[in-house]
Design a protein around this ligand. Sequence first.
Ligand SMILES: [Fe+2]
Ligand SMILES: [Fe+2]
Length: 332
Amino acid sequence: MKSGEINYELEKNMEVISQLDSLVSDAVENMLVDPEECWQPSDFLPDLSNPEALEDIKLLKQRAEGIPDTVLTSLIGNMITEEALPSYQTYFNLLEGINEDRSLVSPSGWVRWSKSWTAEENRHGDLLNKYLYLTGRVDMGAVERTIHRLIANGFDANTDADPYQAMIYTSFQERATKISHVNTGKLADKAGDHVLSRICKTIAGDEARHEKAYKTFMGRIFEIDPSGAMVAFEKMMRKQIVMPAVLMGEGGNRPNLYKDFSEITQKVGIYTGWDYARIIEHLVEFWKIEAVTGLNDLAAKAQDYLSNLADRYMRLADRIKAPDEVKLAWLK
Ligand SMILES: [Fe+2]
Ligand SMILES: [Fe+2]
C-alpha cells in the first residue's frame, strides 16, 4: 500500500475495535486481578530476611538438582520469552485503533487493558528469573545477554498493526504459553521439584485468563464483522504464528539459539508441532468457524481454508522428527 492511500479495511477494523472498548474495560475489572489480591513472585521464593533463608535456598537447590538439562533449557527459554515484555507492550500499543489518545493514562478500556495485562505478565519473568538464579544451575550472564539481545532485537508478529490479526495472534500465543508452562510443570513434578511445578501451574493459570480474554475480544469481532474476522484469521494463519522470542540469537555468537531451543521443547514435549495444530483446532471450534453464515466470497474461501487447517498441521506434525542430538544452552 502506497503512503497517503486510505486502507479502508484497516479503518473499518479500527472502528470495530473502538466498539469493544467497554467490553475490554469490563475485562480489566473482571478477568485481570487487582495487585493487592494477585499472587506475587515472593510468594514462591525464600524470604532472605528469614534466619533460615540459607536452609531454604539449600532445599530449593536440592529439589532443582533432578531437573533434566533439556527441561531446564526449555524453562530458561520460556523465562527469556517472558522477560522480553517491553517488546510486547510496545507491540500492543502500536496496533491501529488501540491507543487513539497516544497516552498511557488514557481512560480507554484498551489502554487500561494493555497496561494491566503487561503488569500481570511482568510477574512471570520476574519469578522464573529469580527461581532459576537460586537453583545455581544457570549461567546467568549468558541468560542476561540473551534477554538483552532479544529486547534490543524486538519482534515482528506479522500482524501489520491490524487489531483483528493481533487478537488472533494473542489468543493463539496466550494458549501456547499456557501449554508450555503446564507441560513444564508436569516435567518438574516428575523430576521431584514440586515447588517449580506449582510455579509453572500458577503462571499457566494467568495465561489461561489472558487467553480467555483475548478469545472473548475476538469472539465479539466475529459477531460484529464475521467476514472481516474470518479473513483476518486466514491471513494470520497463512503467515503462521511467529514465536515472540524468535530473534533471541540474531546478531549474536549463536545465531541458531532459537532453533536449538525450539528443538528441545519439541523433543521433551513442552511445546510441539501437535500443540500448534491443536491450538488451531481449538480456536476454529471456539469461534465456531464452520457455522458462521452470511460471509462474503473472500470470507467463505477463508472459512474453507480454516476448516481443514488443523488436520493439515496435524499431518505435518506427525512428520516432524526431533533431532537425536540437541544443543543445550544457558547452563553452568
Ligand atoms: Fe506470561
Ligand atoms: Fe499471558
